[in-house]
Design a protein around this ligand. Sequence first.
Ligand code: CUA
Length: 342
Amino acid sequence: MSYVLQIPVILCWSLAAAFAAPGDGSLSVTNIFAPLSTPAEAVYEAALLVLVICAGIFLVVGGLLAYTIIRFRRRPEDSGREPPQVYGSSQIELAWTVVPILIVFVLILVTARTIADVQNAARPADALDVTVVGHQWWWEIRYPQLGIVTANELHVPVGEPTKRRPTFLRLESADVAHSFWVPQLAGKTDLIPNRTNRMWIEPKQPGTYLGNCAEYCGTQHARMLLRVIAHPPGEFEQWVATQRQPPVDDPQMRAGREVFFSTSCVNCHAINGTLARGTFGPDLTHLMSRDTLAAGAAPNTPETLRAWVRDPQTLKEGCLMPNMQLADTELDHLVAYLLSLK
Ligand code: CUA
């Protein structure tokens, strides 16, 4: 009995935790109950209605069940004979057929309306376009209007009171199916090979929103994390301007450059303004402007960068970046060069 009594307590706790705002004011929770973007708000409203209806059904069914168990339990004075058996009541059967059909119908209509509202939303003429390509196991992020290519960290502007600034995403995949999911910004949308899916986000507050791949895509599916950095007005333009700068050609980095261009690094990665134009791996032009390495597997610090380049398979087993078997001095030079790509 005590376990049964604990269920509502646990439910209330989970709900309270889900609705509570994070204490430090950061946006770094992946919480569908704290939407901060237009499509996520629509999904949240539909989800709340579904939750309320399901909670009602749970209370009615659970309440009747509990009542029956207690009211008709076996008592010492019972005769032990079978009670009268009742078969076929068209009224009861009609009630438990028609009512659920009506409930399901309401849920279908509300869901269809929410999906249509989000999918058919008009795209403002000056909205930002971004192409996101899923790879095993990282996100390629391209800004066709701006000529910027980056990875794993999607930078977008936040709207102003007088001007909406949504970002429209084209979702593609280079290998298997992935799914783009940043719970506070929008619902999930799959990235499917040989197909283009679309979705849009419209963050309401500046900050870093966390997300992850939501479709199992291989051994490192859990380390295919996403960050969306929403910039206040003006700051996004600054970010764009820095990303469009070519890398500085520092003569002191020659040794590291030579390591990069003499190994197969150059076949997979691109660095603007150089002969490196590979597209199998992330663009490294502004590698050090990113907070994380290996799609969020580690913070992007000189130490982790060195460990990552020395043996990617330790940090992210199964990833497509091979161990280049570099000698320590070569590794030092190469890492120094990479650190200069700000
Ligand atoms: Cu990509 Cu799971």
